[in-house]
Ligand binder design. Structure first.
Ligand SMILES: [Zn+2]
Length: 311
């Protein structure tokens, strides 16, 4: 066993232990944010790994400390960087005309994100546009503070606007400078991001796509919105989820990231990044892994529902 293998094995063991601990101790914040802990059934197995609604939430959120502790900021690919915490993603997209941030996360994390941006050698004050994946506090509560500190224009999918307006940390109104619609493009300094409406988790859940250059090649990058179906399932949500599962599989993808690091195995990929070799974030084979997991869970949950909801 080489040192690298040993490190990987040790990492896998530690990761397994961490998940086990998380399952036992869903954080107080998570419960406050999401209501009661989800049930421990049904269980689905996708590519050899078993998931329950509770294990998925635990995997996504981690502990209070995970939600607020910076993960080492790093380059993902091209002009895209990671500036989020251990369990809440935030992405920095750097252009010659200023930068874009996707996901402010909790308001208390804004200084954490700012520090990560600066650690990478960029200026937080260069943030010109603030986007988000979806209108839940763990992803977009910090929007007002980011705008206050940087003057960034906050843009949001129309269907998420009512939910965003209800996020008012300390009574601050949620800023929305531009309302976007499905397939609308946002362009800054030669980078274009396209907003795809992928509703279900929230009404305006937004999957962002862009293309980047690296080593003379072009790569398609997908910033996935959560595909975790809310409970209880209504016929309208069932329709939305079904459409979204279909749509995300049509998006060209070489690099997939998500609103939580667990949705693209960031921790494992980052460990590989440190070992050198090809960019581990270029992983087209796993672009739909999270969709596979969530769709299997969605179908299993639906099968447990009374027939009226199945639609
Ligand atoms: Zn959410």
């Amino acid at each position: 066993m080489t040192t690298t293998d040993f490190e990987t094995a040790r990492f896998a063991t530690i990761s397994g232990a961490l998940v086990a601990v998380m399952l036992l101790a869903l954080s107080a914040n998570t419960l406050r944010a999401q209501g009661q802990p989800p049930p421990d059934h049904p269980a689905v197995t996708v590519r050899g790994q078993t998931y329950t609604p509770r294990s998925i939430l635990a995997r996504n959120m981690g502990t209070d400390e995970d939600q607020t502790t910076a993960f080492p900021p790093h380059k993902i690919i091209g002009n895209i960087y990671y500036v989020g915490t251990r369990t809440l993603t935030s992405f920095l997209i750097v252009t010659p005309q200023g930068n874009i941030i996707v996901n402010s996360t909790y308001e208390r994390n804004v200084p954490v994100i700012q520090k990560s941006v600066e650690q990478l050698g960029f200026k937080f004050s260069d943030t010109k546009i603030l986007l988000g994946n979806h209108a839940h506090g763990d992803h977009q509560e910090g929007d007002a503070l980011v705008k206050q500190l940087t003057g960034a224009q906050v843009m949001a999918m129309a269907e998420d606007v009512p939910a965003l307006q209800a996020i008012k940390p300390g009574g601050k109104a949620h800023p929305i400078d531009k309302i976007l619609h499905d397939k609308e493009a946002v362009t800054l300094g030669g980078t274009t991001l396209v907003a795809h409406l992928t509703p279900g988790h929230t009404r305006g859940c937004t999957t962002w796509t862009t293309a980047v250059q690296e080593g003379g090649k072009t790569y398609n990058v997908v910033f996935s919105c959560s595909l975790r179906a809310p409970a209880p399932l209504t016929p309208a949500i069932v329709d939305e989820m079904n459409r979204s599962f279909k749509l995300v599989r049509t998006l060209p993808c070489d690099v997939q990231v998500g609103d939580h690091p667990a949705q693209y195995n960031m921790h494992e990929k980052y460990a590989k990044l440190k070992n050198g070799g090809p960019n581990p974030f270029i992983d087209p084979a796993n672009c739909n892994l999270e969709a596979d997991i969530q769709e299997a869970m969605f179908k299993a949950v639906l099968a447990e529902q009374p027939p009226a909801a199945r639609h």
